[in-house]
Design a binder for this molecule. Structure first.
Ligand SMILES: Nc1ncnc2c1ncn2[C@@H]1O[C@H](COP(=O)(O)OP(=O)(O)OP(=O)(O)O)[C@@H](O)[C@H]1O
Length: 602
């Protein structure tokens, strides 16, 4: 990429939904959940058996009427009895078959959708932090929970109905044409408007249900954001405004749901009407044909049953289409996640595995721009030798954190390369990279477990002895001993029962246990009390000693203690050197340092 063209890179957006058509969506959905396809043919065959039973009943009615009740020489009771027994047997077989179809679909649906959930969750983790942040967390959660549920509902109910209905229509049609092609044609003609209506309503319903799914996502997004940000909301007394936002999203969902339901009710009622008309017309035409001798009484009765068998699925079709549209909308949104390309991809086995040891870092003509924005890093060239403590300083928004994100490969540069021991980061497998490079963010995330497990995140296989040793070496033993249950003290959700400074200590201990070759530190800006500050500084000292480290320094005391200070200004490196030398140069750093020193003494 030419350095002169504004470089935009990183984070592909998570699609609100994939733009695949209905059939393509179903195909991709089945591809993602192979369990849904497995054994489908057998299930379809059992469904045919289940339907066969339903079609046999009108046939038995016709036979019983024509050859039993209307038999020449009076009612043939023996014949009627045998026919009833046959019908009972068929009903029993039908029930067993229907049960089997249900269970098979149910099992396939649950297994297939569990796979889909798993794929979606894994993929969300593969996406860069930038891509993830294009969507609110709650909305992402809704994609793997409620959207997948709509698919499940369709596969379990709609799928069954679809299989049975198709078989029912085919078998009923065959029997109708055998009895009377003319009357069968009449029935078909009557139902034609209904088929046209269903085709017209399908896209309308699709759009309506797509909107409902989007609104569910919005609603969950608003609610989860308000829960996560509860402290800030309370602190600024903006509960009313937040409640209004949630009310609005709930109201928008209510309206879209009602609109979709009204459309589906219209579809259902029109279906009912056409079905009624069909039965009436068949009855009238059938009676005329019967009186003229073209149809027996038994055939006419059977026809009425068959018309019912025929209209039922067409009626159900609107409901099945509802569910299908709902499921397709859900599928599209899940596929939108799964098919978002991972912009930061793991080279895996094709990558270059590196041994642990002293590490050299190079930024080679690195450019970066957040999607749609101006470059925030331009032409960055930097070499960091092994065992060097580097402090990156600069005004807020100058691009320091962006450098850290590129260095830990949370994002890839738009231009240029970041190299570890001469190898492009993009060619190093994640497993190697995560072992060699560790980022200590400003606010490390603590899980609702005890301190021990939180620290162990740095190295899951670490023993309790390793943990105790790490705590002692970092000079944290006195602090741990002062906690109610020592290392077994629970930290609460996101570490809320610890102070900001204590959370930093846990993050430092975690990184120490991980023992990386390169440490990237985003220095915390939150103020902590003096005694914790001393502890944090001591622990940081222990953590960075003998290691290559890059600290995004918010306190210039960190820069004073560093081996090398890198000064960033508006996305460019403007000065590099030791604190001592830079202060004397009268440049950006010396001005920053002078104002910082004045603030401290003032
Ligand atoms: N996710 C993002 N999307 C779009 N722009 C971003 C994003 N993150 C940062 N920026 C922009 O990129 C520029 C550099 O940001 P960066 O976080 O690297 O600055 P910084 O020097 O670390 O600032 P600070 O000292 O305040 O942490 C800023 O102008 C910021 O607004």
């Amino acid at each position: 990429m030419s350095p002169r063209t504004p470089a935009t890179s990183g984070g592909s957006r998570i699609e609100a939904q994939s733009d695949l058509g209905t059939l393509a969506t179903l195909k991709r959905g089945l591809q993602l959940s192979p369990e849904l396809r497995k054994g489908l043919l057998v299930t379809a065959l059992i469904a045919v058996v289940a339907t066969l039973g339903r079609v046999v009943i009108p046939f038995v009615v016709q036979q019983t009427t024509d050859n039993g009740i209307m038999a020449e020489g009076g009612v043939d009771l023996d014949y009627v009895l045998r026919a009833i027994l046959l019908a009972a047997g068929v009903v029993a077989i039908t029930s067993v078959a229907q049960y089997a179809v249900n269970v098979r679909l149910f099992t396939a649906a649950e297994s297939g959708l569990a796979t889909l959930r798993l794929k979606a969750f894994r993929h969300i983790h593969d996406l860069s932090v930038l891509t993830q942040s294009t969507e609110r967390r709650g909305a992402l959660v809704s994609r793997v929970t409620s959207d997948v549920d709509t698919i499940s509902m369709f596969v379990q109910f709609g799928g069954l109905m679809l299989l049975i209905s198709t078989a029912q229509i085919v078998l009923a049609t065959i029997l109708m044409f055998i009895y009377s092609p003319a009357l069968a044609l009449v029935a078909y003609l009557c139902l034609l408007p209904l088929v046209i209506l269903v085709r017209y309503l399908q896209p309308v319903l699709g759009r309506a249900y797509g909107l409902v799914r989007t609104r569910v996502g919005d609603m969950l997004g608003a609610v989860s954001e308000s829960i996560v940000g509860a402290t800030t909301i309370r602190a600024y007394g903006v509960e009313d405004r937040t409640a209004e936002r949630i009310d609005r999203s709930i109201e928008a969902h209510r309206q879209s749901a009602i609109r979709a339901q009204i459309r589906s009710v219209v579809a259902f009622v029109s279906g009912q009407t056409f079905a009624g008309i069909t039965t009436a017309v068949v009855l009238v035409v059938g009676t005329v044909l019967a009186t003229r001798g073209h149809l027996t009484l038994g055939q006419l009765l059977a026809f009425l049953f068959l018309v019912n068998l025929f209209t039922q699925p067409v009626l159900m079709a609107t409901e099945i289409l509802n569910e299908l549209q709902n499921a397709v909308a859900g599928w599209r949104r899940v596929i939108g996640v799964v098919d978002t390309p991972a912009d930061v991809s793991d080279p895996g086995e094709d990558g270059i595995v590196q041994e642990r040891g002293p590490i050299t870092v190079d930024f080679e003509d690195v450019w970066y721009a957040y999607p749609g924005g101006e470059p925030v890093l331009r032409n960055v060239n930097l070499r960091i030798e092994p065992h060097t403590r580097v402090a990156i300083v600069g005004e807020t928004g100058s691009g320091k954190t962006t450098m850290a994100k590129l260095l830990t490969r949370l994002m890839d540069p738009a231009g240029g390369r970041v190299l570890l021991d001469g190898t492009d980061l993009r060619r190093i497998p994640f497993s190697t990279l995560r072992r060699r490079v560790v980022l200590v963010p400003q606010e490390g995330f603590l899980f609702d477990q005890d301190l021990r497990e939180n620290i162990r995140f740095g190295k899951p296989e670490a023993s309790n002895e390793d943990l105790d040793l790490a705590v002692t070496e970092l000079g944290l033993d006195a602090w741990v001993a002062g906690l109610p249950h020592g290392l077994d003290t629970r930290v609460g959700q996101r570490g809320e029962s610890l102070s900001a400074g204590e959370r930093q200590l846990v993050a430092i201990a975690r990184a120490y246990l991980a023992d990386p070759d390169l440490l990237v530190l985003d220095e915390a800006t939150s103020a902590v009390d003096p005694s914790t500050e001393v502890r944090v500084q001591r622990a940081l000292e222990g953590l960075t000693t003998g290691r290559t480290s890059v600290a995004i320094a918010h306190r210039l005391s960190t820069a004073e203690a560093a081996d090398m200070v890198v000064v960033v200004d508006q996305g460019r490196i403007v000065e590099v050197g030791h604190h001592r030398d830079l202060v004397g140069q009268g440049g950006v750093y010396s001005r920053m340092h002078a104002s910082w020193a004045a603030q401290r003494t003032g």
